[in-house]
Design a protein. Structure first.
Length: 397
């Protein structure tokens, strides 16, 4: 389960067990994970906490004020994760996949704690003024612009500053239907089967759907990328080398900006919703897993429209359904829908918590999908324009 966890994230899990032991808890709860994240002083989460002016002492006071202290359990005792903590770990994995990260770090654990709204950690963070969307944007921003801290390198080892030639890019032979593959370690990265959009999203820790690629760049060609280092480096250092290598190879510049884009807005209406049930209302439901089953999608219709049609709404969806999702937020649902409607989906439902989603039948085209969302989920998918954070890609001479 923890193979993809970074060393920092694994240490956080270890210290979460220690925090549970200190408070006499028979389970590792979300608040213990939150306390553990403060022990990683050089992580992205530490920078988030510093920006919000949060301290370990303040969080500990908050936890102790809300916790009944028990006698310490034996350090030899098995301390399992609670139901809420398990869900937070699942959400952390989802956050990593959403950002096309091949690892799970402390930043993903923090986002997972926010997502588990029934945990004490989310309550504390919310009461202190932190919000999931804001923190997620901060993590993406910090991950793409992170400076290389001196503690990240072993003694005597220096970073080959600005040497983007370390990254080698070549046409990929990986079969397209298998999707991208990444194998990484602190001493190198081997990525296969990436389109340019996917490469940029992976390198800058962003959602691939929010990469604004110019029309003159080939959006369909796939590439392999290989980075070999003389010794172990920190993850921010590796990210920076990959970014430099991509930018140099394709002669591009990547900037984070906000653009007014065509989107779909997801809202809720007050009417029966037979296909939408609160997952966390059922005490007999165990830790949920998210899955989805789609039928046929017309791949030929999923290509970018020609420039003359780019201002129009493009219904690229041919057939979809049935849909089955377990333990998802409305934002998760929006993310799944983005894959099929071809535009960002903004959650404005105001519905918190997690849900089990069931949409019966097969829907032909966007119109039938929207009708099914209304009739079975009491959700409305409306065309609109919103400011969206994107990665702007520009050619440089």
């Amino acid at each position: 389960m923890f193979e993809r966890y970074t060393e920092q994230a694994r240490r956080a899990l270890f210290f979460a067990r220690y925090e549970a032991f200190q408070l006499g808890s028979p389970y590792i709860e979300t608040e213990h994970l939150l306390l553990a994240l403060f022990r990683e002083e050089h992580s992205l989460t530490a920078r988030v906490f510093a920006r919000a002016r949060l301290s370990l002492e303040e969080i500990r006071r908050q936890v102790e004020a809300r916790t009944a202290r028990h006698a310490r359990v034996s350090e030899a005792s098995e301390v399992p994760f609670s139901r809420e903590a398990k869900r937070a770990l699942e959400y952390a994995a989802q956050e990593g996949e959403r950002l096309l990260h091949n690892h799970i770090g402390t930043e993903h654990l923090l986002l997972g704690l926010f997502r588990e709204e029934h945990g004490m950690a989310a309550s504390i963070l919310s009461d202190l003024g932190l919000r999931l969307a804001t923190v997620r944007d901060q993590i993406v921003e910090m991950g793409s612009t992170a400076s290389v801290p001196p503690f990240g390198f072993p003694p005597g080892l220096s970073l080959p500053s600005g040497d983007a030639r370390l990254l080698r890019l070549s046409p990929s032979r990986r079969e397209a239907h298998k999707g991208p593959l990444v194998v990484s370690s602190p001493q190198g990265v081997n990525a296969e089967g990436f389109t340019l959009k996917e490469l940029i999203a992976w390198a800058y820790r962003a959602d691939v759907r929010h990469v604004d690629l110019p029309a003159e760049l080939d959006a369909h060609a796939r590439y392999d990328a290989r980075l070999d280092l003389v010794g172990p480096q920190s993850w921010p250092a590796i990210d920076r080398l990959i970014q430099q290598g991509i930018n140099r190879h394709f002669a591009i510049e990547v900037t984070r900006e906000t653009k007014l884009l065509d989107v779909f807005v997801l809202t809720a209406v007050d009417r029966p919703s037979p296909g939408r049930r609160r997952h966390d209302d059922d005490p007999h439901v165990g830790v949920g897993a998210m899955y989805v089953s789609f039928s046929t999608v017309d791949v030929s219709a999923m290509t970018e429209p020609p420039p003359s049609e780019r201002q129009d709404w493009h219904d690229r969806l041919r057939s979809i359904g049935p849909i089955s999702l377990s333990a998802v937020t409305m934002q998760d649902l929006g993310t799944w829908l983005e894959e099929f409607v071809g535009h960002p989906v903004i959650d404005e439902t105001g519905l918190g918590g997690t849900y089990d989603i069931e949409v019966q039948g097969e829907m032909q085209g966007l119109g039938e999908l929207r009708q099914a969302l209304m009739e079975q989920l009491a959700l409305v998918l409306t065309k609109a324009r919103r400011d969206v954070s994107v990665l702007g890609v520009y050619r440089v001479s």
